[in-house]
Ligand binder design. Structure first.
Ligand code: GLU
Length: 347
């Protein structure tokens, strides 16, 4: 068989797996299944390989999760597959430090300005000496330094408890990813020293970096990302467990920074095209939030040149345009989405 015959055979196989289940599926489930079939063959992009642990992942993995603020879960693909959260941890830790230190103090240490630079750029805002925002490495490292706790273990425990509230289950740090992040993280160390030079962080750089490397090495699955996003959409309360993960007064801070800075140096175009607060990570995960309605998690490890999951971006673009999720689509009252949850097909 040639490539296109192979592809057709694969599509037919996928379709036959999904057909029986489509007969009773909601239109949203069908829509996700169709997206899965459409983008499964897309092999553009490259898995992150700056540490060997990340390069080991199966590049074909693919999952989509949609979780509504009233706890409905619609998913497809490799939903239970674990991967490292990486930079998708940043908005959640940012939220924790807002609770710990308050908006004004956090803002005095980390700005909210998009950079247009790579996520790991060694650059600070010259006039203030602050890192530009909490979604780039500099800002996220400074943010990790603001987590309260008597010692490094207490701080890590608070981060893990925060993740538990968002996900509704205990997560863990993958020690081999963490060890690699730590032993290769010279650039992040350089960023931390630059911030120390500007008085933006306290002396204890090693502890701060260690917490940052650990938060990036937390293992999640795509369902977790969907629930975490839905928790932000639900004003900080986990829709499945009802646990409060973030004080509702800080939701707008977290979401607005995600909106303007969450997708590396694709953030402007993402906001324009998709119009949703989101954050991606080099593990291949994306969290996207439709405020007051739902959370989206996508996992697919092949990344584009900016570090965003190739399939993840496509899936979010399609979901947003099909259901009118763009934040400034003022025509949309979400009725198309709401009816897609409840109707069932007769055939
Ligand atoms: N651990 C990564 C780093 O700091 C985060 C990469 C990412 O997901 O952007 O380099």
């Amino acid at each position: 068989m040639n490539d296109s015959q192979n592809q057709q055979a694969l599509d037919a196989q996928l379709d036959s797996l999904i057909q029986p289940f489509k007969a009773v599926a909601s239109p949203l489930q069908e829509f996700l299944s169709d997206l899965y079939i459409k983008y499964k063959p897309l092999t553009e992009g490259k898995v992150a390989d700056y540490i060997p642990e990340l390069a080991k992942v199966d590049p074909d993995l693919f999952a989509i999760s949609v979780v509504t603020v009233d706890g409905k879960v619609i998913e497809v693909g490799d939903i239970d597959q674990l991967f490292t959260i990486q930079s998708a941890s940043k908005p959640f830790v940012h939220g924790l430090t807002l609770e710990d230190c308050g908006r004004d103090f956090v803002l005095s240490r980390v700005g909210v300005e998009p950079t247009g630079e790579a996520f790991n750029a060694i650059v600070l805002d010259e006039s203030s000496g602050r890192p530009y925002n909490p979604m780039v490495n500099a800002g996220a490292i400074a943010t990790a330094g603001l987590v309260k706790g008597d010692d490094p273990t207490a701080k890590l425990n608070r981060v893990m408890e925060m993740f538990r509230n968002y996900c509704g289950r205990d997560l863990y740090v993958d020690m081999s990813v963490y060890t690699s992040e730590r032993s290769t993280g010279h650039r992040n160390r350089a960023i931390a020293h630059l911030m120390l030079n500007f008085g933006m962080v306290d002396q204890n750089l090693d502890d701060m970096l260690d917490l940052y490397f650990k938060q990036c090495s937390v293992m999640v699955n795509c369902h977790d990302l969907g629930v975490m996003a839905a928790t932000l959409a639900n004003n900080g309360r986990n829709p499945m467990t009802n646990a409060r993960a973030l004080d509702s007064q800080y939701i707008k801070d977290v979401l607005s920074v995600m909106y303007t800075c969450g997708m590396y140096d694709y953030s402007g175009e993402w906001s324009y095209r998709v119009g949703l607060p989101a954050k991606s990570g080099v593990g291949g995960g994306i969290v996207a939030v439709v405020p007051k309605l739902l959370g989206i998690g996508v996992f697919s490890p092949r990344l584009d040149s900016r570090g965003n999951s190739v399939r993840g971006v496509k899936v979010c673009e399609e979901l947003s345009s099909h259901f009118g999720f763009h934040s400034f689509d003022l025509h949309d009252d979400h009725s198309k989405f709401l009816s897609s949850l409840t109707r069932t097909r007769s055939t």
